[in-house]
Design a protein around this ligand. Structure first.
Ligand code: M6R
Length: 597
């Protein structure tokens, strides 16, 4: 969702620093942007609709040592320059950027209007600087005024506020993430200063030392020092400095035109990295699953499809029952939870609001939570009782690719551990990693590019699968929908005859995801049912069958077939987007981290 980035410190080009950093948060999805820096004691504000990528950061290299910036994903009020953040107080000394929703903004706006405040936008955010200003009028200093204002807001949010007269930044969060990048001269850095951002790529170029602001906390910094405290009590909260292992190169797209393709290619190595887990920890976690009285796998979107596939892994490999639920539905499951339940949450970003909500539902029942995440230090990772990282490296394209295969790998590994076959699982996954390395060769990519070109005008596309290939059919549909806007739907092959087969017409493209497994003949029969109704069949399968009009060869990966079968679909989705003139990294209406419920 919205991206926040601010800087205060010794550098004299704060405006440029925040604009440059904001460009690294573009993947979060947004429709307008804005920046405010303090130049000669006055706030200078620029904002606009559209993309920030074309904006020349150098034109913001003002004589400023403090600045805040924002990419807005519209919720309250249309996409207009006026509604873009930052928003200012009545006297123009306070600027605020905000992620989340101030649910009671109407009442606050009315109250502030009665006190003479005027509003320039339709946003909920604009009440924030005005309320802070009002609190200062009653005698609070800036930081105390931000605290008092925050306690009046309902809803989950992260804010960053700049006060020109005191040259101070104050940040607070009750939901959306905020991370501090620390650059200390004493540590050999060129410049003393603090970076405050929604995500690490914003400041990775400047520092790898971070401190995390937790929910219900605030921080105050003038660039020389920083103080973290409890938002409610004001009590100081000392923070550890953590060194991030990601490199700038990992977070860049290098020679690739889009992050999505770069991240698809990263899977040549990332699946193997996911397997690189502490064996003793995996065994302990497998034991916790065995001991739990009810294990629930919970996630959203693509990560949710990994959980659905894992249900089959646990059944086929470990003969162990687990429950799967969409995080947004999980609160309705709370009657099933006890302190003996185990919640396994899966999330790339580690910040998804619905997943955090599910964790809170489970924690209220004192159930334990295991998190499988990609982003180290994320809120989900920190709030869980146990965490496993998938080690995929930064994933910036909105369309999740390498995170999915990393999630599948870790879940498959746990299923093997549960079956007492950890080493067998490791070998299987390392082989799958090598297969992906072979698959992603230029000839294979070119074949998929040509196939995408042939079907790019089709407005409907259906994908079928069975067993773990069924969730992969659902995932294929997500991938195709979100980047190419083609109407794609995934089905369990056996469900076709109960309704969806009525959609098939002469030439309708249908993809069948197939493995050499116990359900192969069933799914081949379903494929024939489609063919008999005129469908054009694209078979993703280790072997060629007559029923296929197009055959996309995949290796035979045994119980890891879901991992290799999804790879050509990711590539196909990418090229469908490109051939249809869409930017696969910036799907409309979507954001990378979904931090609102
Ligand atoms: O960061 P998370 O893994 O928790 O995100 C969950 C979903 O929002 C995410 O997988 C989404 O469905 C992707 N855009 C799909 O590619």
């Amino acid at each position: 969702m919205c991206g926040i980035f601010g800087y205060v410190g010794a550098r004299k080009d704060a405006g440029m620093v925040v604009i440059e950093g904001l460009k690294n948060l573009e993947y979060r999805g947004y429709d307008s942007w804005g920046v405010a820096s303090s130049v000669a004691g006055k706030l200078v504000v620029s904002k606009d609709t559209g993309k920030i990528s074309g904006v020349d950061a150098k034109s913001f290299s003002d004589e400023s040592t403090i600045a805040i910036a924002h990419t807005r994903w519209a919720t309250h009020g249309g996409v207009t320059p006026k509604n873009a953040h930052p928003h200012l107080s009545e006297d123009g000394t306070i600027a605020v950027v905000h992620n989340g929703i101030v649910e009671n903004y109407r009442e606050l706006k009315e109250w502030l209007s009665e006190r003479g405040h005027t509003f320039m936008s339709e946003t909920d955010t604009e009440v924030i600087p005005h309320l802070i200003e009002e609190e200062m009028k009653s005698g609070s200093d800036f930081a105390a005024a931000v605290r008092r204002a925050c306690l009046k807001f309902e809803g989950r949010f992260a804010i960053l506020a700049l006060h020109t007269p005191t040259h101070t930044l104050v940040a607070a969060r009750t939901g959306s993430p905020l991370i501090v990048g620390v650059s200390k001269k004493s540590d050999g850095n060129a410049e003393q200063g603090y970076f405050i951002a929604s995500d690490i790529p914003a400041f990775l170029k400047h520092t790898r030392i971070v401190q995390y602001l937790d929910d219900g906390e605030m921080l105050v910094t003038d660039g020389e020092s920083i103080l973290f405290s409890d938002l409610h009590t004001g009590e100081e909260r000392p923070k550890r400095e953590i060194e991030i292992t990601w490199t700038v190169e990992q977070a860049e797209k290098g020679d690739f035109e889009h992050y999505m393709m770069k991240e698809i290619m990263d899977q040549k190595e990332s699946v193997v990295r996911a397997v690189n887990q502490d064996e003793a920890q995996i065994m302990t976690l497998a034991q916790s699953i065995r001991d739990a009285q009810g294990t629930f796998l919970v996630a959203c979107g693509t990560a949710g499809k990994a959980c659905m596939a894992a249900e089959y892994f646990f059944s086929v490999i470990a003969r162990h029952h687990v429950n799967v639920a969409a995080a947004s539905e999980f609160k309705l499951y709370h009657h099933f939870l006890t302190e003996k339940s185990l919640l396994v949450v899966v999330s790339q970003s580690g910040e998804t609001a619905d997943v955090l909500e599910a964790m809170r539902v489970a924690k209220a029942k004192r159930a334990k939570v295991l998190a499988i995440v990609n982003v180290e230090g994320s809120t989900i990772a920190r709030e869980a009782d146990y965490t496993l990282r998938i080690n995929a490296g930064p994933e910036r394209a909105v369309a999740s690719t390498k995170a999915l295969t990393g999630q599948l790998a870790v879940l498959l590994l746990i299923a093997h551990a549960l079956a007492g076959k950890l080493q067998e699982g490791k070998t299987l996954l390392l082989e799958a990693g090598a297969m992906i390395n072979d698959m992603l060769n230029p000839r294979y990519i070119e074949r998929l590019r040509k196939l995408a070109d042939r079907i790019k005008e089709d407005e409907d596309l259906y994908i079928i699968g069975k067993s773990w290939n069924y969730p992969m059919a659902l995932e294929s549909a997500i991938k195709i929908q979100e980047v190419s806007y083609v109407h794609a739907e995934g089905f369990a092959g056996g469900e076709l005859k109960h309704g969806p087969i009525a959609l098939i017409e002469e030439g309708t493209p249908c993809i069948a995801l197939i493995g050499k497994d116990e359900v192969m003949s069933d799914i081949l029969s379903n494929t024939m049912e489609l063919k008999a109704r005129g469908a054009t069949i694209i078979g993703v399968c280790p072997d060629r069958y007559d029923v296929f009009d197009e055959w996309i060869k995949v290796p035979d990966a045994g119980t890891a077939q879901a991992i290799v079968n999804i790879i050509p679909i990711q590539v196909l989705a990418y090229f469908l987007a490109v051939h249809r003139g869409k930017n696969p990294d910036m799907p409309r209406n979507l954001a990378k981290s979904v931090t609102v419920k």
